[in-house]
Ligand binder design. Structure first.
Ligand code: NDP
Length: 291
């Protein structure tokens, strides 16, 4: 695995992750582990795109022989536009693409964030059916939240409630799905009188170490409080949730590995084993901070 501008070399198939910034991305480590296990020769690079030059950078990568890209912040919406009509239904519904592959017809786009989240929730809650009949709160209405609403609904929760700092964005997202029987939104103020089984933080507040305006009562008896952000140390959201009575807390490292596994499967037709990769990444993340 190397860090480069996408130019091809040797016989390894070229893949990459494109973003701004991108140096922090763990995707090359994960994809390298999957490729080793599958016995595939793959060169997976980090590509730093100018903020105003995503389409050019992606186009150049594919023109130089690149086979596929993962897309990270802040280009998931631009990647959806880049694919035009060749984005999958779930990506178009999300309005966000984090997976690209080159085909004869041009770039094909998909969104693997939702599969990543529900896969990790199934791992943590011990079963693919674990969300059935559960009351789920999703905090946030940005790119990540948009990608996970559909896959969460596919797991038959009793209710899926969205809350966002900008309530119009949450209402707009809810309206895309036409599922008033299950899907709705609320306000931060109203959370004092609400209860849920699973609470998912899909905001970027944790990146800045910011606290969300959540009542402590929200976490009392909650089966799982999940923060999509991952870090060596527990985020403010997870610390508060644990103190206020959540029975289990988890960050998004497992989601990252699961969405990467789905990317790998879509590109290569092989579903990689994820448990050992997650374990290794967790150790790396923790020891990087201790040092
Ligand atoms: P976006 O920038 O698209 O959306 C940010 C969201 O966070 C918006 O809903 C925004 O609210 C909300 N927000 C930001 N700051 C605050 C705050 N201080 N208080 C309340 N709400 C706030 O980001 P993404 O959706 O792409 O990413 C969200 C998080 O998910 C990030 O932490 C990212 O790292 C993580 N993520 C993890 C993945 C994984 O595999 N583990 C995959 C994808 C994302 P508003 O609309 O009002 O501005």
């Amino acid at each position: 695995m190397s860090e480069a501008n996408g130019a091809g070399e040797g016989s390894a198939l070229r893949y990459g992750v494109i973003g701004h910034p991108v140096a922090h991305s763990l995707s090359p480590v994960i994809q390298a582990a999957f490729a080793r296990e599958a016995g595939l020769a793959i060169d997976y690079v980090r590509i730093l795109s100018p903020l105003d030059g995503f389409a050019d950078a992606a186009q150049r990568f594919f023109a130089e022989g690149g086979r596929g890209l993962n897309v990270t912040l802040p280009f998931k919406l631009a990647a959806c536009a880049f694919c035009g009509p060749h984005a999958s239904d779930r990506a178009r519904l999300a309005g966000a693409v984090n997976w690209l592959a080159w085909t004869d017809e041009g770039p094909l786009g998909d969104n693997t964030d939702g599969i990543g989240l529900v896969g990790d929730l199934a791992r943590l809650l011990a079963g693919a059916d674990a969300l059935r009949d559960q009351r789920v709160l999703l905090i946030g209405a940005g790119g990540a939240a948009r990608g996970v609403v559909g896959p969460l609904l596919d797991r038959y929760p009793r209710s899926l409630t969205l809350v966002n700092r900008d309530p119009d964005k949450a209402a707009g997202l809810v309206s895309l799905f036409e599922r008033p029987d299950v899907l709705g939104c609320t306000t931060f103020d109203a959370l004092a009188d609400a209860s849920f089984d699973v609470v998912v933080n899909a905001t970027s507040a944790s990146i800045a170490g910011q606290r969300l305006p959540l009542p402590a009562s929200l976490f009392d008896g909650v089966a799982l409080a999940y923060d999509m952000m991952y870090a060596a140390e527990a985020t403010p959201f997870l610390i508060e949730a644990g103190r206020a009575g959540a029975r289990m807390t988890a960050d998004g490292l497992g989601m990252l590995v699961e969405q990467a596994a789905e990317s790998f499967r879509l590109w290569h037709g092989i579903a990689p084993e994820t448990a050992s990769v997650l374990h290794g990444l967790r150790l790396t993340l923790t020891s990087a901070t201790v040092r």
